[in-house]
Design a binder for this molecule. Structure first.
Ligand code: NIG
Length: 377
């Protein structure tokens, strides 16, 4: 089944090619260009001057969780600082939940994101923190998300010895989870894992053939970025507090700096230095970091709007970062882009241009979404 989409007011492809029409064939884009040159298709849809862009690629979420941290958020808004320790609250609730309850939470948030134009989602383990609960988190994540990351090194479970826990994560836990995931991640931060502990976990994961990601430089300057670049990680996420050396290291590496502005706002941190990263030549992605503790939103549009209005990114830079940038952070070439052979993941805005994402902050602009060639809403 093929569909010709015409009447595109502004087409963002993230390639050199452009036009005002495209053809979907099955689950892929088959053609992009001017409507007058379009090949025949089984069906025709006129989007009446609306902007079309690739679906959002959300490269950082934590969706396998149970419970609620509204009270913690309220306390933060009253002045209490965010600390890594809050993760333990969600660990307790997650361990107590049934498989079906956890799967329902993942499904609900992926569906919520899809309604807002997110067509590709990475999600993580990290609220299990023992072998059985990390394995079931990975299994449930793999059943629903596009990409799955092992984050056994999210927090040392309260009461456990840090070095013993690191040995468990890089040994038995990694062995059990590795077949279910593509990526491994560590929270390299004060209150979580230090440089040596993080490196030990990531080295073991790399030896098992997993790609690497790092949570780093979220709550202060630290070794996360240096470690990510040193190990050739695909992405270092947060990057809220960066030294000049961190920015230089990112600019001369293939490691994507994934910025999570909704998290910084929800934890009352500074916003990350996006302009300095871009001006230095680093690759920047934007992601939601949807999780119940530090960033309870699935809205990529909110992240894009914030990046433009408060982080001095242009609309084009922000949209690229939330689509092609997310794809690059996951080392994917088939999403975040509209070109023949790519996944037919499209986001139609109820607006004539992507500029409206920042020009009309907070307005729900998603008109329709196509995922793998299927009309999703
Ligand atoms: O990316 N930084 C570590 N992990 C999550 C927060 C998890 C939580 O507070 O529950 C994050 O912000």
């Amino acid at each position: 089944m093929s569909v010709l989409i015409t009447g595109i007011g502004e087409l963002t492809t993230n390639t050199e090619a452009g036009g005002d029409a495209l053809v979907i064939d099955g689950s892929e884009i088959a053609w992009v260009g001017k409507a007058g040159n379009a090949p025949a298709a089984d069906e025709r849809v006129d989007v009446e001057g609306r902007a079309v862009l690739p679906g959002w690629v959300d490269s950082h979420t934590h969706l396998v969780f149970a419970g609620d941290r509204t009270a913690e958020f309220g306390a933060r808004m009253a002045g209490k600082p965010y600390t890594a320790g809050g993760i333990a609250v969600t660990v307790n609730a997650t361990r107590a939940a049934t498989d079906e309850e956890l799967a329902a939470v993942v499904r609900k948030h992926i569906a919520e994101a899809l309604r807002q134009g997110t067509t590709f989602v990475e999600t993580k383990t990290g609220y299990g923190l023992n072998v059985a609960d990390e394995v079931r988190s990975a299994r449930i994540a793999a059943e629903h998300a596009d990409e799955v990351t092992f984050l056994g090194a999210h927090l040392v479970p309260p009461g456990e010895d840090a070095d013993t826990y690191v040995e468990l994560v890089r040994g038995e836990m990694l062995d059990a989870v590795a077949p279910l995931v593509r990526w491994a991640d560590v929270f390299c931060e004060k209150g979580a894992f230090d440089y040596d502990q993080s490196k030990a976990v990531l080295a073991a994961a790399a030896a098992k053939g997993l790609g690497l990601r790092v949570h780093g430089n979220q709550l202060g300057e630290g070794p996360g970025v240096r470690l990510a670049v040193e190990l050739g990680a695909a992405s270092v996420d947060h990057c809220t507090y960066l030294s000049a050396a961190d920015i230089d290291a990112l600019a001369s590496s293939d490691t994507v700096a994934t910025l999570l502005p909704a998290c910084d706002l929800s934890t009352r941190q500074s916003l990350p230095p996006a302009r300095a990263l871009l001006d230095a030549g680093a690759t920047v992605a934007l992601a939601s970091n949807c999780n119940p503790g530090s960033s309870y939103t699935s809205s990529m549009a909110f992240c894009v709007t914030t990046a433009v209005l408060q982080m001095r990114m242009s609309v084009e830079e922000a949209v690229w970062a939330a689509t092609a940038g997310g794809a690059q952070a996951l080392r994917r070439t088939d999403v975040g882009v509209i070109r023949p052979g790519a996944r037919a993941d499209l986001h139609v805005l109820d607006a004539p241009s992507i500029t409206h994402l920042a020009y009309r902050p907070g307005v729900p602009l998603t008109h329709s979404v196509w995922r793998r060639g299927e009309r999703a809403n």
